[in-house]
Design a protein around this ligand. Sequence first.
Ligand code: ADP
Length: 320
Amino acid sequence: MAPEPTSEPAIRIDNLVKRYGAKDSAKDSDGGGKLALKGVSFDVPEGGIFGLLGPNGAGKSTLINILAGLVDKTDGSAEIWGFDIDRQRRNAKRSIGIVPQEIVFDPFFTPFEVLENQAGFYGIPKAERRSEELLEAVRLSDKRDAYARTLSGGMKRRLLIAKAMVHSPPILVLDEPTAGVDVELRRQLWELVLELNGQGVTVVLTTHYLEEAEQLCDRIAIINHGELIANKPTRELIGMAREKIVSVSVDMDLAGPIMEEAFVKAEVVEPRRLDVTYDRDATTAGQILSLIQHHGYAIEDVTTREADLEDVFVQLTAAV
Ligand code: ADP
Protein backbone atom coordinates (compact mmCIF):
# COMPACT_ATOMS: atom_id res chain seq x y z
CA MET A 1 0.00 0.00 0.00
CA ALA A 2 1.10 3.54 -0.64
CA PRO A 3 2.70 5.37 2.23
CA GLU A 4 0.65 8.08 3.87
CA PRO A 5 1.25 11.56 2.51
CA THR A 6 3.58 13.54 4.68
CA SER A 7 3.77 16.97 3.14
CA GLU A 8 2.11 19.36 0.73
CA PRO A 9 3.40 19.08 -2.84
CA ALA A 10 3.34 15.65 -4.49
CA ILE A 11 6.82 16.23 -5.89
CA ARG A 12 9.36 18.82 -4.86
CA ILE A 13 12.35 19.42 -7.11
CA ASP A 14 15.07 21.65 -5.79
CA ASN A 15 17.97 22.90 -7.86
CA LEU A 16 18.36 19.65 -9.75
CA VAL A 17 21.54 19.37 -11.78
CA LYS A 18 22.52 16.56 -14.11
CA ARG A 19 25.77 16.35 -15.96
CA TYR A 20 26.22 13.29 -18.14
CA GLY A 21 29.63 11.83 -18.66
CA ALA A 22 31.28 13.96 -15.99
CA LYS A 23 34.21 12.51 -14.14
CA ASP A 24 33.15 11.12 -10.81
CA SER A 25 31.11 13.18 -8.53
CA ALA A 26 29.19 16.01 -8.56
CA LYS A 27 29.86 19.53 -7.85
CA ASP A 28 32.79 20.33 -10.11
CA SER A 29 31.18 22.73 -12.53
CA ASP A 30 34.00 22.31 -15.01
CA GLY A 31 33.58 18.59 -15.00
CA GLY A 32 32.96 18.37 -18.73
CA GLY A 33 30.22 16.18 -20.15
CA LYS A 34 26.75 17.25 -21.11
CA LEU A 35 24.88 19.51 -18.71
CA ALA A 36 21.35 18.22 -19.18
CA LEU A 37 19.74 19.93 -16.15
CA LYS A 38 21.13 23.25 -14.98
CA GLY A 39 19.55 23.66 -11.56
CA VAL A 40 15.84 23.09 -12.05
CA SER A 41 13.39 23.78 -9.21
CA PHE A 42 9.64 23.36 -9.10
CA ASP A 43 6.84 21.70 -7.17
CA VAL A 44 4.16 19.44 -8.53
CA PRO A 45 0.98 20.16 -6.54
CA GLU A 46 -0.99 17.21 -5.25
CA GLY A 47 -4.08 16.07 -7.09
CA GLY A 48 -3.72 17.65 -10.52
CA ILE A 49 -2.44 16.76 -13.95
CA PHE A 50 0.92 18.39 -14.41
CA GLY A 51 2.51 18.74 -17.84
CA LEU A 52 6.24 18.82 -18.37
CA LEU A 53 6.96 20.26 -21.80
CA GLY A 54 10.06 21.12 -23.71
CA PRO A 55 11.67 20.60 -27.08
CA ASN A 56 13.67 17.48 -27.83
CA GLY A 57 16.79 17.29 -25.73
CA ALA A 58 15.46 19.78 -23.16
CA GLY A 59 16.03 17.41 -20.24
CA LYS A 60 12.55 16.00 -19.61
CA SER A 61 13.49 12.33 -19.63
CA THR A 62 16.55 13.04 -17.55
CA LEU A 63 14.37 14.64 -14.90
CA ILE A 64 11.86 11.81 -14.92
CA ASN A 65 14.58 9.18 -14.85
CA ILE A 66 16.09 10.84 -11.80
CA LEU A 67 12.71 10.66 -10.06
CA ALA A 68 12.39 7.04 -11.15
CA GLY A 69 15.78 6.23 -9.67
CA LEU A 70 17.16 5.26 -13.08
CA VAL A 71 19.59 8.16 -13.44
CA ASP A 72 21.78 9.55 -10.65
CA LYS A 73 21.58 13.28 -10.24
CA THR A 74 24.71 15.38 -10.09
CA ASP A 75 23.40 17.89 -7.56
CA GLY A 76 20.24 19.23 -5.95
CA SER A 77 17.48 17.28 -4.31
CA ALA A 78 14.03 15.91 -4.93
CA GLU A 79 11.22 14.67 -2.75
CA ILE A 80 8.43 12.39 -3.84
CA TRP A 81 5.36 12.42 -1.59
CA GLY A 82 7.57 13.97 1.06
CA PHE A 83 10.30 11.34 0.77
CA ASP A 84 13.80 12.35 -0.22
CA ILE A 85 14.92 10.33 -3.25
CA ASP A 86 18.33 9.67 -1.68
CA ARG A 87 17.67 9.33 2.01
CA GLN A 88 14.24 7.70 1.77
CA ARG A 89 14.71 5.98 -1.54
CA ARG A 90 12.45 3.04 -0.84
CA ASN A 91 9.45 5.09 0.20
CA ALA A 92 10.09 7.57 -2.59
CA LYS A 93 10.01 4.75 -5.12
CA ARG A 94 6.88 3.28 -3.62
CA SER A 95 5.11 6.59 -3.99
CA ILE A 96 5.52 6.87 -7.73
CA GLY A 97 4.53 4.79 -10.73
CA ILE A 98 6.37 5.42 -13.97
CA VAL A 99 5.02 4.62 -17.40
CA PRO A 100 8.05 4.52 -19.65
CA GLN A 101 8.16 5.74 -23.21
CA GLU A 102 9.31 2.45 -24.60
CA ILE A 103 7.22 -0.65 -24.51
CA VAL A 104 9.16 -3.44 -22.88
CA PHE A 105 7.47 -6.69 -21.95
CA ASP A 106 8.56 -10.25 -22.04
CA PRO A 107 6.48 -11.38 -25.03
CA PHE A 108 5.67 -14.73 -23.41
CA PHE A 109 3.99 -13.34 -20.32
CA THR A 110 0.29 -12.64 -20.28
CA PRO A 111 -1.07 -9.30 -19.04
CA PHE A 112 -2.15 -11.00 -15.81
CA GLU A 113 1.34 -12.43 -15.31
CA VAL A 114 2.98 -9.09 -16.11
CA LEU A 115 0.99 -7.50 -13.28
CA GLU A 116 1.55 -10.40 -10.88
CA ASN A 117 5.30 -10.33 -11.52
CA GLN A 118 5.40 -6.61 -10.89
CA ALA A 119 3.44 -7.07 -7.66
CA GLY A 120 5.95 -9.72 -6.65
CA PHE A 121 8.75 -7.28 -7.40
CA TYR A 122 7.19 -4.85 -4.92
CA GLY A 123 6.69 -7.63 -2.38
CA ILE A 124 2.92 -7.26 -2.37
CA PRO A 125 1.29 -10.31 -0.76
CA LYS A 126 -1.01 -12.29 -3.05
CA ALA A 127 -4.12 -11.37 -1.06
CA GLU A 128 -3.44 -7.66 -1.54
CA ARG A 129 -2.76 -7.74 -5.26
CA ARG A 130 -5.05 -5.86 -7.62
CA SER A 131 -4.22 -7.47 -10.95
CA GLU A 132 -7.80 -8.22 -11.97
CA GLU A 133 -9.03 -4.81 -10.91
CA LEU A 134 -6.23 -3.09 -12.83
CA LEU A 135 -6.90 -5.12 -15.96
CA GLU A 136 -10.50 -4.05 -15.68
CA ALA A 137 -9.49 -0.41 -15.23
CA VAL A 138 -7.39 -0.41 -18.41
CA ARG A 139 -10.02 -2.49 -20.28
CA LEU A 140 -7.83 -5.51 -20.73
CA SER A 141 -9.77 -8.11 -18.77
CA ASP A 142 -10.57 -9.99 -21.97
CA LYS A 143 -6.84 -10.17 -22.74
CA ARG A 144 -5.95 -11.43 -19.30
CA ASP A 145 -4.38 -14.64 -20.59
CA ALA A 146 -3.14 -13.59 -24.03
CA TYR A 147 0.57 -13.41 -24.70
CA ALA A 148 1.82 -9.84 -24.45
CA ARG A 149 3.28 -10.12 -27.93
CA THR A 150 -0.21 -10.56 -29.39
CA LEU A 151 -1.50 -7.28 -27.94
CA SER A 152 -1.90 -4.21 -30.13
CA GLY A 153 0.28 -1.17 -29.50
CA GLY A 154 -2.55 0.55 -27.69
CA MET A 155 -3.22 -2.43 -25.46
CA LYS A 156 0.45 -2.61 -24.57
CA ARG A 157 0.43 1.01 -23.55
CA ARG A 158 -2.61 0.45 -21.37
CA LEU A 159 -0.91 -2.54 -19.82
CA LEU A 160 2.11 -0.34 -19.05
CA ILE A 161 -0.18 2.05 -17.18
CA ALA A 162 -1.68 -0.83 -15.19
CA LYS A 163 1.84 -2.08 -14.43
CA ALA A 164 2.83 1.34 -13.10
CA MET A 165 -0.21 1.31 -10.77
CA VAL A 166 0.40 -2.15 -9.27
CA HIS A 167 1.73 -0.79 -5.98
CA SER A 168 -1.03 1.87 -5.77
CA PRO A 169 1.27 4.86 -5.94
CA PRO A 170 -0.32 8.25 -5.28
CA ILE A 171 1.65 9.70 -8.21
CA LEU A 172 1.70 8.44 -11.79
CA VAL A 173 4.28 9.71 -14.26
CA LEU A 174 3.79 9.15 -17.97
CA ASP A 175 6.67 9.81 -20.31
CA GLU A 176 5.28 10.73 -23.74
CA PRO A 177 2.22 8.51 -23.31
CA THR A 178 0.81 9.15 -26.75
CA ALA A 179 3.91 9.45 -28.92
CA GLY A 180 3.24 7.77 -32.24
CA VAL A 181 -0.30 6.83 -31.25
CA ASP A 182 -3.31 7.43 -33.50
CA VAL A 183 -6.01 9.93 -32.64
CA GLU A 184 -8.55 7.38 -31.43
CA LEU A 185 -6.12 5.68 -29.10
CA ARG A 186 -4.85 9.01 -27.87
CA ARG A 187 -8.40 9.87 -26.78
CA GLN A 188 -8.69 6.54 -24.98
CA LEU A 189 -5.44 7.13 -23.12
CA TRP A 190 -6.56 10.63 -22.18
CA GLU A 191 -9.76 9.20 -20.77
CA LEU A 192 -7.81 6.72 -18.73
CA VAL A 193 -5.52 9.44 -17.38
CA LEU A 194 -8.53 11.59 -16.47
CA GLU A 195 -10.18 8.64 -14.77
CA LEU A 196 -7.12 7.89 -12.65
CA ASN A 197 -6.78 11.55 -11.78
CA GLY A 198 -10.46 11.59 -10.84
CA GLN A 199 -9.69 8.81 -8.38
CA GLY A 200 -7.15 11.06 -6.71
CA VAL A 201 -3.92 10.08 -8.46
CA THR A 202 -1.57 13.00 -9.11
CA VAL A 203 -0.48 12.74 -12.74
CA VAL A 204 2.68 14.08 -14.33
CA LEU A 205 3.13 13.73 -18.05
CA THR A 206 5.65 14.76 -20.62
CA THR A 207 4.36 15.32 -24.10
CA HIS A 208 5.25 16.76 -27.45
CA TYR A 209 1.62 17.31 -28.27
CA LEU A 210 0.78 20.77 -27.10
CA GLU A 211 -2.88 20.11 -27.70
CA GLU A 212 -2.62 17.23 -25.25
CA ALA A 213 -1.05 19.43 -22.60
CA GLU A 214 -3.58 22.17 -23.22
CA GLN A 215 -6.53 19.81 -22.86
CA LEU A 216 -5.34 17.57 -20.05
CA CYS A 217 -3.02 19.51 -17.80
CA ASP A 218 -4.09 22.05 -15.24
CA ARG A 219 -0.54 23.21 -14.77
CA ILE A 220 2.42 23.23 -17.14
CA ALA A 221 6.15 23.60 -16.68
CA ILE A 222 8.36 24.17 -19.69
CA ILE A 223 12.03 23.30 -19.76
CA ASN A 224 14.45 24.32 -22.45
CA HIS A 225 18.16 23.56 -22.60
CA GLY A 226 18.04 22.14 -19.08
CA GLU A 227 16.42 25.23 -17.57
CA LEU A 228 12.93 25.90 -16.30
CA ILE A 229 11.46 28.71 -18.37
CA ALA A 230 7.82 28.59 -17.28
CA ASN A 231 5.67 27.02 -14.57
CA LYS A 232 2.10 28.20 -14.46
CA PRO A 233 -1.52 27.15 -14.50
CA THR A 234 -2.32 26.26 -18.11
CA ARG A 235 -4.80 29.06 -18.59
CA GLU A 236 -2.37 31.65 -17.29
CA LEU A 237 0.39 30.31 -19.48
CA ILE A 238 -1.76 30.58 -22.59
CA GLY A 239 -2.67 34.09 -21.52
CA MET A 240 1.02 35.02 -21.70
CA ALA A 241 1.00 35.04 -25.49
CA ARG A 242 1.64 38.61 -26.52
CA GLU A 243 0.85 38.18 -30.16
CA LYS A 244 -2.61 37.97 -31.63
CA ILE A 245 -3.75 37.51 -35.17
CA VAL A 246 -6.53 39.38 -36.90
CA SER A 247 -7.72 38.09 -40.25
CA VAL A 248 -9.33 40.78 -42.41
CA SER A 249 -11.36 40.40 -45.63
CA VAL A 250 -11.42 43.51 -47.81
CA ASP A 251 -13.53 44.71 -50.73
CA MET A 252 -10.94 44.40 -53.48
CA ASP A 253 -7.83 42.44 -54.33
CA LEU A 254 -4.86 43.38 -52.22
CA ALA A 255 -2.00 44.88 -54.16
CA GLY A 256 0.42 43.30 -51.72
CA PRO A 257 0.98 43.07 -47.97
CA ILE A 258 0.41 46.33 -46.19
CA MET A 259 3.32 47.43 -44.09
CA GLU A 260 2.84 49.32 -40.87
CA GLU A 261 5.01 49.70 -37.83
CA ALA A 262 2.22 48.39 -35.61
CA PHE A 263 2.18 45.07 -37.49
CA VAL A 264 4.46 42.30 -36.32
CA LYS A 265 3.67 40.46 -39.53
CA ALA A 266 1.24 40.88 -42.43
CA GLU A 267 0.46 38.11 -44.85
CA VAL A 268 -1.85 38.03 -47.87
CA VAL A 269 -3.48 34.63 -47.46
CA GLU A 270 -6.13 35.06 -50.18
CA PRO A 271 -6.41 37.76 -52.85
CA ARG A 272 -8.79 39.69 -50.59
CA ARG A 273 -7.73 38.48 -47.19
CA LEU A 274 -4.91 39.68 -45.01
CA ASP A 275 -3.69 38.12 -41.75
CA VAL A 276 -2.04 40.61 -39.46
CA THR A 277 -0.11 39.55 -36.39
CA TYR A 278 0.16 42.22 -33.75
CA ASP A 279 1.46 42.68 -30.25
CA ARG A 280 -1.59 42.99 -28.03
CA ASP A 281 0.37 44.98 -25.47
CA ALA A 282 1.29 47.59 -28.05
CA THR A 283 -1.83 47.90 -30.17
CA THR A 284 -5.45 46.81 -30.57
CA ALA A 285 -7.42 45.06 -33.28
CA GLY A 286 -9.32 48.32 -33.79
CA GLN A 287 -6.12 50.20 -34.56
CA ILE A 288 -5.05 47.49 -36.98
CA LEU A 289 -8.36 47.80 -38.82
CA SER A 290 -8.17 51.56 -39.13
CA LEU A 291 -4.62 51.29 -40.49
CA ILE A 292 -5.88 48.94 -43.18
CA GLN A 293 -8.72 51.32 -44.00
CA HIS A 294 -6.21 54.13 -44.36
CA HIS A 295 -4.71 52.20 -47.24
CA GLY A 296 -8.03 52.58 -49.07
CA TYR A 297 -9.60 49.20 -48.39
CA ALA A 298 -13.10 48.75 -47.01
CA ILE A 299 -13.36 46.00 -44.44
CA GLU A 300 -15.94 43.30 -45.10
CA ASP A 301 -15.20 40.73 -42.46
CA VAL A 302 -12.94 40.28 -39.46
CA THR A 303 -11.94 37.32 -37.32
CA THR A 304 -9.34 37.22 -34.59
CA ARG A 305 -7.46 34.19 -33.46
CA GLU A 306 -6.58 33.81 -29.82
CA ALA A 307 -3.14 32.58 -29.00
CA ASP A 308 -2.85 28.94 -28.00
CA LEU A 309 -0.25 26.99 -26.12
CA GLU A 310 1.76 26.51 -29.28
CA ASP A 311 2.17 30.27 -29.71
CA VAL A 312 3.41 30.60 -26.14
CA PHE A 313 5.67 27.60 -26.47
CA VAL A 314 7.27 28.95 -29.64
CA GLN A 315 7.61 32.39 -28.08
CA LEU A 316 9.26 31.06 -24.92
CA THR A 317 11.53 28.45 -26.43
CA ALA A 318 12.67 30.65 -29.30
CA ALA A 319 14.06 33.21 -26.90
CA VAL A 320 17.23 31.26 -26.04
P1 ADP B 1 14.28 15.23 -23.52
O1 ADP B 1 13.69 14.09 -22.78
O2 ADP B 1 13.72 16.55 -23.13
O3 ADP B 1 14.25 15.03 -25.01
P2 ADP B 1 16.79 14.27 -22.43
O4 ADP B 1 16.65 14.34 -20.97
O5 ADP B 1 16.63 12.96 -23.10
O6 ADP B 1 15.83 15.35 -23.12
O7 ADP B 1 18.21 14.84 -22.83
C1 ADP B 1 18.75 16.06 -22.33
C2 ADP B 1 20.17 16.21 -22.86
O8 ADP B 1 21.02 15.25 -22.25
C3 ADP B 1 20.31 16.01 -24.36
O9 ADP B 1 21.26 16.92 -24.85
C4 ADP B 1 20.80 14.61 -24.49
O10 ADP B 1 21.57 14.45 -25.63
C5 ADP B 1 21.63 14.45 -23.24
N1 ADP B 1 21.64 13.05 -22.75
C6 ADP B 1 20.56 12.31 -22.44
N2 ADP B 1 20.91 11.08 -22.00
C7 ADP B 1 22.27 11.05 -22.05
C8 ADP B 1 23.26 10.08 -21.72
N3 ADP B 1 22.92 8.88 -21.24
N4 ADP B 1 24.56 10.42 -21.90
C9 ADP B 1 24.90 11.63 -22.36
N5 ADP B 1 24.03 12.59 -22.68
C10 ADP B 1 22.73 12.32 -22.53
